[in-house]
Design a binder for this molecule. Structure first.
Ligand code: PMP
Length: 492
């Protein structure tokens, strides 16, 4: 079991070990009844004192995540997490746990593909709001007219037709670029991963927002980066705090979602954007600007992107098409310049020799047609209705101690409750009623906060949205009445 220890992070070593083991349990790498390394083994492996490991194991035990059996060792109790008693037969693949892996977090194993009825955890668009029919017809047409798309490789950098289409599209959303500076990726998740693989290695310092997008946390932490965090307020990343961190630690890269930040929904104002850029320039550091959904605004257009303000190639800009067009096509683009861009193209070749030609060709006509802009307009209208519906239900039914940020666009609502309440409890209760949401703890690269959660109003239909939020509010109301939920639920 590999646990990443970051001596510069400011978090105590005990807390990091505790967190590392918990991440392995939560992401399902450690199954029920699996034996943890002994205190001696782990202290040797991580080069920390015995007492540091003992304290971490004690905390895990107090919270019900492990049990120590005298003379035998410490065993995982996933049941504490799942809230049900389940004893699994010993697993013939247990030997695999001795193979060192570097991904103690893998949030998606945990949060996706569960057979719940109301997925408020899915930060995706309701399929009924996407142009699936059109894309299906396009695919059929293309396969009939040009079946060769199946029997050839596309260009590593991405199909030229799509790259040109994306230049036109990005221009419409004020991102200047050219087709030779566009790399087509398998969703922007691959863009993040390529950046991490190319520019980040063990011990490199990078900066992320806290909270932030869990998939990016996993990609950067998986590379062994030292992840420092800057809190997010109502205007995105706290740039005043960023200054000090940059001075002290000279980061290699700053990852940000400046527009409709995931998970908080905040938008970084232009002044802060300029400051981040100035800082990156003075530090010779890269900015990764992840932009999954700036097109989904409900009031005025968001401020200029960092990319459009960048004069000398500090920004790598990622535009995913999953949140606006077709997540199943797995297409995103990355734009950067100079040697940074060339290295990323080389990384893409290493990763997969280029994205599938079939889906690239299937979406190109839609992007170049006027349907694209019309579709976005409809999407904004439909999602605004859902956002307002969600806000209305929360205002009516949530306890008054609960508050939320009102997003002016995007797909998500970030909800906070008093810290006497724990999201794990809410999650468990919601699960009993077949509802999922994203617990806020998944969104913190280092020290987790447990009294937030994210719901997406974009994926479920209006009826489910209403039903799901009402049930969540009901659970919160009941918990408020009991007030002792946390003390009475030591397993969390
Ligand atoms: N970045 C952010 C901020 C996201 O929210 C997501 C998806 N949830 C991604 C990247 C990855 O999206 P995709 O790979 O589907 O483009």
């Amino acid at each position: 079991m590999f646990i990443e220890i970051q001596r510069k992070s400011g978090l105590s070593l005990t807390k990091q070990i505790y967190q590392g083991v918990l991440d392995h349990i939560r992401s399902e790498f450690l199954e029920e009844n699996v034996k943890l390394p002994s205190v001696r083994e782990l202290s040797k492996q991580l080069e920390v004192s015995l007492i540091t490991v003992v304290k971490a194991y004690q905390r895990l035990e107090q919270e019900g995540f492990v049990t120590s059996v005298q003379g035998k060792g410490t065993f995982v109790r996933r049941t504490a997490l799942e809230g049900r008693i389940e004893t699994k037969e010993s697993n013939p693949f247990d030997w695999q746990l001795s193979v060192q892996d570097y991904l103690q977090r893998s949030q998606f194993a945990r949060f996706h593909q569960v057979p719940e009825k109301i997925h408020l955890s899915s930060s995706m668009i309701d399929p009924g709001l996407l142009p699936n029919r059109y894309l299906e017809q396009e695919l059929r047409r293309m396969l009939i007219e040009n079946p060769k798309v199946l029997s050839q490789y596309g260009e590593i950098q991405g199909d030229e037709l799509l790259r040109e289409a994306m230049v036109g599209y990005l221009e419409k959303i004020d991102i200047p670029t050219s087709s030779d500076q566009i790399l087509v990726t398998s969703g922007s998740q691959q863009g993040i991963d390529l950046i991490a693989r190319t520019f980040v290695g063990p011990g490199d310092v990078i900066i992320m927002e806290a909270p932030t997008y869990p998939g990016a946390i996993d990609a950067f932490r998986g590379r062994g980066a030292i992840v420092l965090t800057v809190p997010v307020d109502n205007e995105g990343m706290r740039v005043d705090l960023l200054h000090d961190l940059c001075d002290k630690y000279k980061p290699k890269l700053i990852y940000t979602v400046p527009t409709f930040q995931n998970p908080t929904g905040t938008v970084m104002p232009i002044k802060r954007r300029r400051q981040v850029l100035e800082l990156a320039k003075s530090m010779h550091c890269l900015i990764v600007e992840d932009d999954p959904c700036s097109e989904i605004y409900f009031e005025k257009k968001p401020p200029a992107s960092l990319k459009s303000l960048d004069q000398d190639g500090h920004v790598i800009y990622l535009k995913g098409l999953s949140k606006i067009l077709a997540p199943g096509c797995r297409i995103g683009v990355l734009t950067a310049s100079g040697s940074i861009f060339k290295r990323l193209v080389a990384a893409k070749a290493n990763a997969d020799l280029g994205s599938p030609l079939l889906t690239q060709r299937a979406i190109t006509p839609f992007i170049t047609s006027k349907r694209m802009m019309e579709h976005l307009k409809k999407l904004r209208t439909a999602l605004k209705v859902r956002r307002d519906l969600a806000l209305g239900i929360l205002s009516k039914y949530a306890p008054e101690e609960v508050y939320w940020f009102v997003p002016k666009g995007g797909l998500n609502l970030w909800i906070t409750f008093p810290d006497w309440f724990d999201t794990e409890y809410l999650m468990l209760e919601a699960k009993k009623q077949h509802i999922t949401f994203l617990p806020g703890s998944a969104c913190y690269p280092s020290e987790q906060e447990n009294h937030h959660f994210r719901i997406s109003y974009s994926y479920v239909n209006e009826q489910q949205l209403e039903q799901g939020i009402k049930i969540i509010c009901d659970i919160l109301q009941k918990a408020k009445k009991q007030k002792t939920v946390k003390e009475n639920s030591p397993q969390f």
